[in-house]
Design a protein around this ligand. Structure first.
Ligand code: 13P
Length: 339
């Protein structure tokens, strides 16, 4: 298959009504932090057992079209010896890979951060593709304060995201472009809106400069909401309205799918907010989820690292996936939480 057809086929497999992505690509330090909440040590075997639980959930493919994996997981095997990418593909879930190498302070820009990982990326894709990855993710992070993010951070991160997207498309890998405006801090929803708008304008400007084909990317945005320490927390209706206003101003309708990150919202909030946005349609793009914590918190808490709890944990993941699928169609109701 030529590269264009390959990209198109992957986009069509990922962007389906009522389906979203499972972000299970926590790096070593991040998964250690998640395991700590259940008092579990982050050994290679514990990480494998946990990813086995997630990817082995029967019927997950009904609601989840793709899973983002960490490099280590891409090379690990399920209990029966099946490599994880193959297990997930067998369940109708397209395997993808987080390719950024994390963030570091942006030099000479105190408080701002930049994401690393471009050097050698084209070469790394040869192995990732051989292992079964069909799409990728790169996350840029923007901290909000009265003076941050700086213009420099907005431009430098946009350029890295665009170079990553171009390298990915050249390799036949669909890039998920993730500019995350953090919800940490005491800023207002208006401030979150203006920062997110500036960030997205710059990201799409850079994607155009780098010749990235918009029909063959997915955008993974953060929702527009007041900082978690702000006195006035935003309502679901305010978040839906503000987020859609910013997205409509900045994201071309050529982009086939937008998949939100959850960013520290509770599972119920993340579901309700996605649902509220889809009820405000019709929208120019498919609007769905690519949640990490908002999909994984319930199963992780059920699991507690114990083999005997695997079935209950899978049930909890399946339920969260089902409710988010309903939200992706604008058909979620809080009463479904009790079913
Ligand atoms: P959260 O949904 O937990 O924010 O994770 C999504 C993700 O992939 C962040 O890069």
């Amino acid at each position: 298959m030529d590269t264009r057809s390959e990209l198109q086929a992957t986009v069509e497999a990922l962007v389906q009504p009522g389906k979203g992505l499972l972000a299970a690509d926590e790096s070593g330090p991040t998964i250690a932090k998640r395991f700590k909440t259940i008092g579990l040590e982050s050994t290679e075997e514990n990480r494998r057992a946990y990813r086995n639980l997630l990817l082995g959930t029967a019927g997950l493919g009904e609601y989840v079209s793709g899973v983002i994996l960490y490099e280590e997981t891409l090379g690990q095997k399920a209990d029966d010896g099946t490599p994880f990418p193959q297990l997930s593909a067998k369940n109708g879930v397209v395997p993808g890979i987080k390719v950024d190498l994390g963030k570091i302070p942006l030099a000479l820009a105190p408080g701002d951060e930049i994401t690393e990982g471009l050097d050698g990326l084209a070469k790394r894709y040869v192995d990732y593709k051989r292992q079964g990855a069909r799409f990728a993710k790169w996350r840029a992070v923007y901290n909000i304060t009265a003076s941050l993010p700086s213009r420099l951070a907005i431009e430098a991160n946009a350029d890295s995201l665009a170079r990553y997207a171009a390298i990915s498309q050249e390799a036949g890998i669909v890039p998920i472009v993730e500019p995350e405006v953090l919800m940490d801090g005491d800023h207002s929803i208006e401030r979150s809106a203006s920062v997110t708008e500036a960030v997205l304008h710059e990201v799409f400007n850079a994607l155009a400069r780098h010749n990235v084909v918009l029909e063959h990317i997915l955008l993974k945005p953060s929702m527009v909401l007041a900082g978690s320490e702000h006195a006035q927390q935003s309502s679901t209706a305010e978040i839906a309205e503000a987020t859609l206003r910013v997205l409509k101003r900045t994201v071309p309708s050529a982009v086939p799918g937008l998949v939100f990150l959850s960013g520290g919202q509770t599972p119920e909030e993340a579901t309700a907010n996605l649902d509220a946005m889809n009820r405000l349609g019709p929208l120019p793009w498919n609007l769905s989820f690519s949640y990490g914590r908002a999909l994984q918190e319930p199963p992780l808490q059920e699991w507690q690292g114990k083999p005997g709890n695997v079935a209950a944990a899978q049930k909890a993941l399946f339920k969260r996936a089902r409710l988010n699928s309903a939200a992706a169609l604008g058909k979620y109701d809080a009463s479904q939480e009790k079913e």
